[in-house]
Design a protein around this ligand. Structure first.
Ligand code: GLP
Length: 243
């Protein structure tokens, strides 16, 4: 694991975006794995800026999002699909057919998970996967307790996740309680991983994930076993690494 500490949240976003841009320059038809959440918004802003500036071309890029809520449509304002359209896809020249996000209204979630997993393999796997981290150590929606050999699957969200994500919905009752997520096995099969975290509130969990013994109670700790992980933090999230 390599650790990069940035002075500010914006610098973190810019540096992660540069990693993505460098990959696209070296491999224009690369496959990206993308997260949602507040943390990557600065990355997407910078990627859009670079695109508008003529610095990146997304025309051959393929993307797979990490996860999606089950039970809401793609066009629901709080779906991860809407989040991605709003923050990235509608602003860049990526073909619609190159964007992949699990279907939150799949009638048979099991089938949708299998389809998604095999589609990732069809594209030759993920070149660069960007991850955030939940307060409970989840990656994607792999909640504590998820087995490390799980492929894309549907999952009950932890109550703390429902609570944390209720900030995007009118009421906590409106937050979906289930989701489809790339599994830990899917995540570990990415050739390169960047985990990003921002703010003091993430400092303890990110420190535990990379300095304590690996455990399914902290899903992100499994990244200790991957041979190409870059942990990129702002100063506040890195607070405990300084000691
Ligand atoms: C959600 C997503 C995760 C994300 C996490 C943290 O639960 N499923 O992929 O990493 O939120 O989000 P934030 O960056 O807003 O703290």
């Amino acid at each position: 694991m390599k650790l990069v500490i940035c002075e500010t949240h914006n610098e973190l976003g810019t540096k992660v975006a540069m990693e993505v841009a460098n990959l696209i320059k070296n491999k224009p038809n690369c496959v990206l794995g993308l997260p949602t959440g507040d943390t990557p918004i600065s990355v997407y802003k910078e990627l859009v800026r670079m695109y508008k500036n003529g610095d990146i071309d997304f025309s051959q890029v393929t993307t797979f999002n990490l996860d999606e809520y089950l039970g809401i449509s793609n066009s629901h304002p709080c779906s991860y699909n809407s989040f991605m359209q709003h923050n990235l896809f509608r602003h860049i020249n990526i073909p619609k057919t190159s964007v992949h996000i699990p279907d939150g209204l799949a009638a048979f979630p099991d089938e949708e998970c299998k389809r998604y997993e095999s589609l990732i393999q069809t594209y030759g796997g993920i070149d660069l996967l960007i991850l955030g981290i939940g307060h409970n150590g989840h990656i994607g929606f792999n909640e504590p307790g998820t087995l490390f050999d799980t492929p894309t699957h549907d999952i009950d969200l932890a109550f703390s996740t429902v609570q944390a994500n209720s900030r995007f919905f009118d009421n906590i009752e409106d937050v979906p309680k289930r989701a489809i997520t790339m599994g830990i096995k899917t995540i570990l099969s990415a050739r390169r991983i960047i985990l990003m975290a921002s703010g003091e509130k993430k400092s303890q969990i990110v420190h535990d994930a990379f300095t304590k013994e690996m455990t399914t109670n902290i899903p992100a700790s499994v990244l200790q076993t991957h041979n190409d992980v870059l942990v990129m933090l702002d100063k506040e999230a890195a607070r405990l690494f300084d000691k």
